[in-house]
Design a protein around this ligand. Structure first.
Ligand code: NAP
Length: 456
């Protein structure tokens, strides 16, 4: 497996990395385990909070330089990358502020004695992370686990190694002891070996259904607790009373942010017949007005996709949809630029027997469905193997809440596109995975809830 930064705007290989050796893997395990042994009783939280406070400061001080590393790795717009750095810094603030509360022992009433639950570290966590938010994905698992006292070994996506190493270097610079976060350039077999090691007690993966199944299988074979944050084919359900002007303002970000490569970006727009034609025309206007170009240029509004492989996969899916009866309402034309650009595309008329009906289209492609009856729309939203983050959009908020409660998903946004904030638990159901990251739920994912009982 080759770890390299291939800039998706220029197609140039900017950096290459050599695979981590068995000795480097062992060093990471030994250093991490030593830290776990020091921290497992709950010791060192104050020092770890100081490290995370410093990490937040460094992220803010180096915002643009760090953002550029991500843009070169996987092509995202520089402004979006800066926003990602800010979001990571906000995770530092949030967890430093809340760690004592979240990790405090929890008293349990029992008439027979005295009992309480300690929130303790459980051991090294193996984190397998994707390229689409190179810093955010690491930050949202590393920061809470470090505060708990769980050291982490990171295997990041092979196409964003420079970002992963930059994040790990920043953590070290913030004062984290060696072994707190070790970024390794390992292949899939080495990931399996690390998971099997008895010093590793947890596994978290963000990625595709395919990657999730493979890594969850390794975790299950070795009885390691795991969380899976996988793909989505999320619905954006427009209610008949929706304000089309408000809707038009959020359509571009809901679908095109990060070149459409967001697990929770709305992928299926389910629109009532009274708004269908107007919706399509507004979406087309928004898609036609994007400016593709250098993602480091602040006037660019649509980034290239992260890699040639991703672009080719998306094109194959769009071709397959069309072969099976989908109508191209807009887009699907070649883009005359050297980078991995995919023209924003709008597809309609995808029937349930179309092979892409239940597939995630991970790029700037919007699929639009028309409905007449609301129950039919809810059934369509739920007719998916995935269940990550959906949107319900309408003027009557009470009605929107009733609809939200009927959606099968880990997260639903009312009158907003997808979002991620430190205090909001993030995760899905069905093939979108299990477990939650961020918020209180995230910090407790790999905590040993250690019951202590004292007889009277
Ligand atoms: P992917 O192929 O599953 O890759 C994700 C990570 O898993 C990478 O580090 C990859 O390494 C690694 N990996 C894949 N197969 C593996 C195996 N058999 N053993 C060990 N490691 C393995 O995912 P992707 O397609 O690049 O990422 C996009 C997907 O992530 C989309 O489906 C998106 O919806 C999902 N996602 C979900 C969330 C969420 O929170 N639910 C957030 C963001 C993205 P290599 O790069 O070396 O292959």
């Amino acid at each position: 497996m080759a770890y390299k930064t291939t800039n998706p705007y220029t197609n140039e290989v900017e950096k290459e990395y050599t695979q981590s050796s068995p000795q480097e893997v062992e060093q990471a395990l030994a250093a991490g385990h030593k830290l776990y042994q020091q921290w497992r009783s709950g010791a060192g939280l104050a020092e770890r909070k100081t490290v995370i406070t410093k990490l937040g400061q460094l992220l803010r001080e180096r915002r643009t330089a760090l953002a550029e590393i991500m843009t070169r790795d996987m092509g995202k717009l520089i402004g979006e990358a800066e926003g990602e750095v800010d979001l990571c810094a906000s995770f530092c603030d949030y967890y430093v502020q809340k760690a004592d509360e979240f990790l405090a022992p929890e008293p349990i009433y029992t008439p027979t004695g005295n009992a309480y639950v300690l929130k303790q570290a459980s051991g090294i966590i193996m984190a397998v992370e994707p390229w689409n938010f190179p810093f955010y994905q690491i930050a949202r698992v590393f920061i809470p686990n470090f505060l708990v006292g769980n050291p982490m070994i990171l295997k990041d996506a092979s196409n964003c190694p420079t970002s992963a190493q930059a994040f790990a270097d920043l953590v070290a610079e913030a004062g984290a002891p060696t072994g707190s976060l070790t970024n390794l350039f390992v292949d899939y077999d080495q990931v399996g070996e690390i998971i099997a090691d008895k010093r590793v007690q947890g596994v978290c993966l963000t990625g595709s259904e395919r990657g999730g199944k493979a890594v969850a299988t390794e975790a299950a074979k070795n009885l390691k607790k795991n969380t899976m944050e996988l793909g989505g084919n999320d619905a954006f359900l427009v209610l008949p009373d929706a304000d089309i002007d408000k809707l038009a303002k959020i359509i571009p970000a809901a679908r095109l942010y990060n070149a459409g490569q967001v697990c929770t970006s709305s992928k299926r727009f389910i629109v009532p017949d009274n708004l269908y034609d107007e919706f399509l025309s507004r979406a087309k206007e928004a898609f036609a007005n994007v400016k593709m170009g250098d993602p480091l240029d602040r006037t660019t509004t649509l980034a290239p996709m992260n890699s040639q492989r991703a672009k080719e996969k998306l094109q194959k899916q769009v071709d397959l949809a069309i072969e099976n009866g989908a109508h191209v309402y807009y887009g699907n034309q070649p883009v005359d630029l050297p980078g991995q650009f995919f023209m924003p595309t709008i597809l309609t008329d995808i029937s349930k027997d179309n092979p892409v009906f239940d597939q995630e289209l991970f790029g700037p492609v919007m699929v639009v469905y028309k409905y007449h009856d609301l129950d039919e729309a809810i059934a369509l939203a739920n007719d998916s193997s995935f269940g990550l983050g959906n949107t319900v959009f309408g003027e009557d908020v009470q009605k929107a809440r009733q609809v939200a409660a009927k959606i099968e998903a880990g997260m639903t946004w009312i009158n907003a596109g997808w979002a991620s904030l430190p205090e909001l638990p993030f995760g899905g159901i069905k093939h979108s995975g299990y477990g939650r990251e961020l918020a209180k739920q995230g910090i407790l994912s790999f905590v040993n809830e250690h019951l202590v009982y004292e007889a009277e």
